[in-house]
Write a protein that binds this ligand. Structure first.
Ligand code: NDP
Length: 275
């Protein structure tokens, strides 16, 4: 089975639309500078917000914005009761202090699940703010296609705070047995081949081929990379080699990336509903 993300996203969008009709959700998108990847993500997100009925306030700052101006803007967004969710593009220019900025957003408005408070909620399995959208997108995808993780051996490759680490905790809360791998993991192939579910979030384009996988597995590719040679988006696994081997697999594009945006918008609608 090919696990298409757009079908999952559609189901989430329907829930968001119902919530958005009840309230008037407002998302602030904070962008410093004009990075092409930020601009392209922003365009996609704004389209989705328009479709769902979520208002967007674009907060755009110059790359040379002072620390004082930047944090005072975040203060005003945190305090503005008309704004329900804040998405801040990262990484920010280094002088703005990425760690401080990540934790500066009120957890009630942290719809991207980036603050330590939101992450603590994921790690303790108690609802504080919202989970990181990418990790949640993986869980929603498995749930949508009735792939139960209970008692399954799940291997996650990649331990970032946006994907692998929170996902390992979410899987654990759903009673999976989780192995979290990274660049210092020995014999990665032997570990991934024995898993029932493998999630790959390494940021290394098409770096895992069929020799990492085995029959009967479910493979989730979180990666989004632009392949200059093929002139298309590719995942972190080599799809054409892996797809014939395994039972279930997410494509790239039209996989996890399609769900992530929908989750973010859903979080904004939930935040508006809390008021
Ligand atoms: P990071 O670079 O922050 O983290 C990558 C992780 O993978 C690190 O933990 C690193 O290990 C590990 N890793 C890298 N190479 C290897 C390797 N050869 N073997 C084992 N582990 C390895 O990346 P992100 O988590 O931010 O992103 C991962 C991918 O997901 C990217 O392709 C990105 O584009 C995509 N992405 C997709 C999203 C979506 O919505 N679908 C959203 C966000 C990201 P170590 O810790 O040891 O360095």
């Amino acid at each position: 089975m090919i696990l298409y993300g757009n079908e999952v996203a559609k189901a989430i969008d329907e829930k968001s639309m119902t919530l958005a009709k009840r309230n008037k959700p407002v998302l602030a998108i904070v962008r410093v500078g004009n990075k092409p990847s930020d601009l392209s993500y922003e365009r996609g997100l704004m389209k989705r917000c328009e479709k769902i009925g979520v208002e967007v306030r674009n907060v755009i700052m110059d790359e040379k914005v002072s620390k004082e101006q930047f944090y005072s803007k975040l203060d005003s967004l945190n305090q503005d009761t008309d704004i329900h969710g804040i998405l801040m593009f990262r990484p920010l220019p280094v002088y703005l202090d990425n760690e401080k900025a990540r934790n500066y957003i009120s957890s009630s408005k942290d719809v991207d699940g980036c603050t330590n408070e939101s992450l603590a909620g994921v790690f303790t399995n108690t609802p504080v703010g919202y989970a990181p959208c990418t990790a949640q997108a993986v869980m929603e995808c498995l749930d949508h296609y009735d792939i139960d993780v209970t008692s399954k051996n799940v291997v996650i490759v990649g331990r970032s705070l946006v994907a692998g680490k929170p996902l390992s905790m979410m899987m654990c809360s759903k009673n999976a047995t989780v192995t979290l791998c990274h660049t210092k993991t020995k014999d990665l192939k032997e570990i991934t081949k024995k898993a029932e579910i493998v999630v790959v979030a390494t940021g290394q384009m098409e770096s895992m081929d069929d020799t990492y996988f085995s029959k009967g597995q479910t493979v989730i590719d979180v990666g989004i990379n632009y392949n200059e040679i093929k002139q298309k988006l590719c995942g972190d696994i080599l799809y054409e080699k892996v797809e014939p081997v395994v039972d279930n697999i997410t494509p790239v594009p039209k996989g996890i990336g399609s769900i992530t945006n929908s989750i973010l918008v859903y979080h904004v609608c939930q935040a508006a509903n809390q008021n």
